[in-house]
Ligand binder design. Structure first.
Ligand code: PAF
Length: 279
């Protein structure tokens, strides 16, 4: 496994390899969810590239950039075991050199949900992912469904900017009690960790109602809010039953719905979702 820092080295290895490449973009502090992306990329491509870069432009001024968890040695060990071929760990100046001033802005789908709470977040995500696509030039790029809005934004960007690659969205990986894996789960105290599966319980309650024929978007949101309200440690930012493509809130959820939420538990801001489609 090659571990490199410069764009020139990634490009050289990519050029000299021949064969198809899968890219797994990450911010490090890897868990089984990331490993599942690398394993899928391994199955579907000749070579697998991974980026580890805590991207400053997707953090707001009051967010956890400096404190974001990091453990490069452990990450590299996990990636070696999962069969990655190339890992790019650039310093910030390699990605954003002095004088950098070009950003990618995806419009409508970045406005609601996470975008409403984190107004500059998706500009940072779209910009760094566009750069990763240019540097690696992968045939396929792998992202988790856990960041459902991010998946929609990246698909939209790849389509709008004609990136010649396939965006592959992989299922959420969960703990046994239903908590979605996230690098930010380390912020939870034991008591908060016990409370955190409430997100999954709220989603499951709405899912059960939808599967039993409930199609009223507002009722689905109420069902989720009621479950969250019963957990004193959970402070919801938003609860949503939205169109899976436009991310607009639905009155009628008959043609499919993305149920999602962001909930503060202690200092962690947890997100989770379930995508329900007909047939
Ligand atoms: O999902 C993430 O970890 C990040 O948003 C990504 C896609 C690696 C961009 O920094």
């Amino acid at each position: 496994m090659n571990v490199v820092q410069s764009i020139a080295d990634v490009r050289r290895i990519r050029r000299e390899s021949g064969g198809s490449w899968g890219l797994v973009p990450t911010m490090g502090f890897l868990h089984a969810g990331h490993v599942s992306l690398v394993e899928r990329a391994r199955r579907e491509n000749d070579f697998v590239g991974v980026s580890i870069f805590v991207n400053p432009t997707q953090f707001g001024p009051t967010e956890d950039l400096a404190a974001y968890p990091r453990d490069l040695a452990r990450d590299l060990q996990l990636l070696r075991e999962a069969g990655a071929d190339l890992v790019w760990t650039p310093p910030v100046e390699e990605v954003y050199p002095a004088g950098f001033q070009t950003y990618v802005t995806v419009e409508e789908v970045t406005k609601p949900l996470e975008g409403a709470a984190r107004p500059t977040h998706f500009r940072g995500v779209a910009t760094v992912v566009a750069k990763l696509f240019n540097v690696f030039q992968p045939d396929r790029a792998y992202f988790g469904q856990k960041d459902a809005q991010q998946a929609v934004v990246i698909r939209q960007m790849a389509r709008d900017l004609n990136f010649p690659l396939e965006v592959v969205i992989c299922p959420i990986v969960r703990e046994a009690d239903g908590l979605a894996l996230s690098s930010r789960n380390v912020y939870l105290t034991p008591e908060q960790r016990t409370a955190a599966p409430v997100l999954n319980r709220a989603l499951r309650a709405a899912r059960t109602a939808w599967e039993a024929g409930e199609r009223d978007g507002e009722h689905l949101r109420q069902i989720m809010r009621a479950v969250l309200d019963a957990e004193p440690l959970a402070r919801p930012d938003y609860v949503s039953a939205a169109d899976p493509v436009t991310l607009q809130e639905l009155g009628d959820a008959g043609r499919g719905v993305l149920l999602s939420m962001a909930v503060r538990v202690g200092r962690a801001r947890l997100i989770d979702n379930v995508l329900l489609v007909n047939g």
